[in-house]
Design a protein around this ligand. Structure first.
Ligand code: SAM
Length: 247
């Protein structure tokens, strides 16, 4: 049956592509890619000849229509993004939903994902995690968004751009209580890969020590709220009243 394959591609190190991903990309009628020039280089590296169609945030509806027509004609399609897993802080979710609504199978060809890679080397994800992705780029909105995450006991996973990572870390430290551990991971699987876990309040200083430390692509993983932080003031007031009634 014609299917949409959602295929994860490397974050940087080409050896991270799976044999199954190579096989699928080489066998479909078309590969829908976020940036076709970028993806052409990936396909070339594996000697894959495929028809590429552009599917990015600005044309996702019309591109999804193109994908559907191919499926209706009996051809399978693969969806990839510039790096990692498509439709995770990347285009693709709307196309996936439309393909599902039309009744075609959607099949995962799993592999690299920056969020999961960072979580796996953080030592902070034992209890569970919450994937936040990108925080708002403007400071006030970002602080409000962080405030809303305050009580979450799960580890929080953020994506951040290099020109905003220092500001983001400052806001996390400004809004949340100190003592939480933070993983800063950059350039995962690449030449200048680096990762460190340190107390949240020391993170901004660590980044400021060396200009190289704010270069590249970043994932932040923040330890979840300490017990008790999840209760807002009203809940604490009610709890205190109830506790006072206990024998
Ligand atoms: N869908 C992708 C995934 O599953 O990994 C993520 C796409 S999102 C548009 C790009 C962000 O992912 C970057 O800004 C960065 O936060 C993170 N990222 C991607 N590659 C990375 C790498 N090699 N090292 C660290 N972070 C990376």
């Amino acid at each position: 049956t014609p299917s949409l394959y959602v295929v994860a591609t490397p974050l940087g190190n080409l050896q991270d592509i799976s044999p199954r991903a190579v096989a699928v990309l080489g066998s479909v009628a078309a590969v829908a890619a976020e940036d076709t020039r970028h993806s052409q280089r990936l396909l070339d590296a594996f000697g894959i000849r495929a028809r590429l169609i552009a599917l990015h945030e600005h044309n996702e509806q019309s591109a999804a229509g193109q994908v559907l027509r191919l499926l209706e004609e009996g051809g399978s399609v693969a969806l990839i993004s510039d790096a990692g897993t498509p439709a995770v802080s990347d285009p693709g979710a709307r196309a996936v939903a439309r393909v599902r609504a039309a009744g075609f199978p959607v099949v995962a060809v799993p592999g690299p994902c920056a969020a999961v890679a960072a979580l796996s080397i953080s030592g902070l994800g034992e209890r569970g995690f919450r994937f936040v992705g990108f925080l708002p780029p403007k400071r006030a909105a970002r602080r409000t968004a962080i405030e809303a995450l305050r009580g979450d006991p799960d580890a929080l996973v953020f994506y951040e751009a290099p020109h905003r990572v220092s500001e983001c870390v400052e806001d996390l430290a400004g809004v949340l209580e100190s003592g939480r551990r933070l993983l800063i991971a950059r350039e995962l699987t690449k030449l200048h890969e680096q990762s460190v876990v340190l107390p949240l309040e020391e993170a901004a200083a660590w980044l400021a020590t060396d200009p190289n430390r704010v270069r590249g692509e970043f994932v932040l993983v923040l330890e979840g709220a300490p017990p008790g932080e999840g209760l807002d003031a009203e809940a604490e007031r009610v709890l205190a009243l109830l506790l006072a009634e206990l024998p």
